[in-house]
Design a protein around this ligand. Sequence first.
Ligand code: MG
Length: 167
Amino acid sequence: MKENFPETCQIPKLFVFDLDDTVWGPELDFSMKKPVGYLKDIQEILIELHKGESFKNSKLAVASSSGVPKRGQKKLKEMNLSDYLVLEDVFSFIEIYRKDKDRHFHALNEKTGIDFCDMIFYDNQMNNHEIVKKLGVTCVFTPDGLEKKLFQKSLENFPSKDGKIIV
Ligand SMILES: [Mg+2]
């Protein structure tokens, strides 16, 4: 099926990312003073998800409860992933507003038609996972960003059993 994965391996149809302290850090605020940068291996991972043959049937989405959504949207347009890509280019669906993640995921389910059980979610806050896992989404705890090793583990453990959060 997929060249890099065994025949039985399922690939999530929707990869959903929190932004603050998962994709970038530090958290955006009103001050506009702090420089914001990518965390750990996220840049490489997002490029692989966007371009990789294994993920050609998958889409990417954002679920962010930012208190400063306009700043978040601006950052998505400003931050380069590569010479030819900005962050916004890789995300097909962007939910960024001050609501809890339950609301974001229901919106994503409606817009994409993808079942919760075919979604995987990366977030640095355990309280968000406690909400989202109840929907049947596979949850991955990224307390200070996503490393390649944990990304790989999340694929190997997808879909997670009995709402177990991948750490
Ligand atoms: Mg966060």
